[in-house]
Write a protein that binds this ligand. Sequence first.
Ligand SMILES: [Zn+2]
Ligand SMILES: [Zn+2]
Length: 180
Amino acid sequence: MHSDLIGKIEKARRYAEEPERIALDEIMVRFHGGNNDHSVRLGHGRWACDCEVFHLRGVCAHVMTLQKALAPMLSAEAREPGPIIIHSELISMIEKSRRYVHELDRIEIQALRARFHGNNNDHALALTRTGWSCDCSTFRVWNTCAHVMALQRILAPMLPAIAREPGKVAVEEHFVSALS
Ligand SMILES: [Zn+2]
Ligand SMILES: [Zn+2]
């Protein structure tokens, strides 16, 4: 029966309220800025953005926005503010990122790697162009799991349509609605 899957969905709901269980190690994002799209990355605790401001200052409104939006899932290192910059520039970046953080549809997560602190074990999750993966046993059977579902819920507004899909499992209508 599907009772196992129902249990996982309930677990995912609880997990989605506990984003601090997730440690984002790497993320690749397409950021739809005011004028251009930008590519933002996090890896080894360091951020990078291909915008001009980041190139000049080592920090920008795009990185600041992601730091806010993903805060509970980031390491202390990845949460650190960038280098000291001119006060007026900093103010305008902060203002911009305050606005952006309410416009999360500007952010499109293309790939990520994360660790999930489950009740018993830690699990390694990834999102790539081909979809989600998790190293837990449930994922092997169902092609989805409470860890992936929780992350889908938490990151929903920032995920492309394909990454919001409930997985390859042949679910009945009410499972789909339970996931949304
Ligand atoms: Zn930027
Ligand atoms: Zn899993």
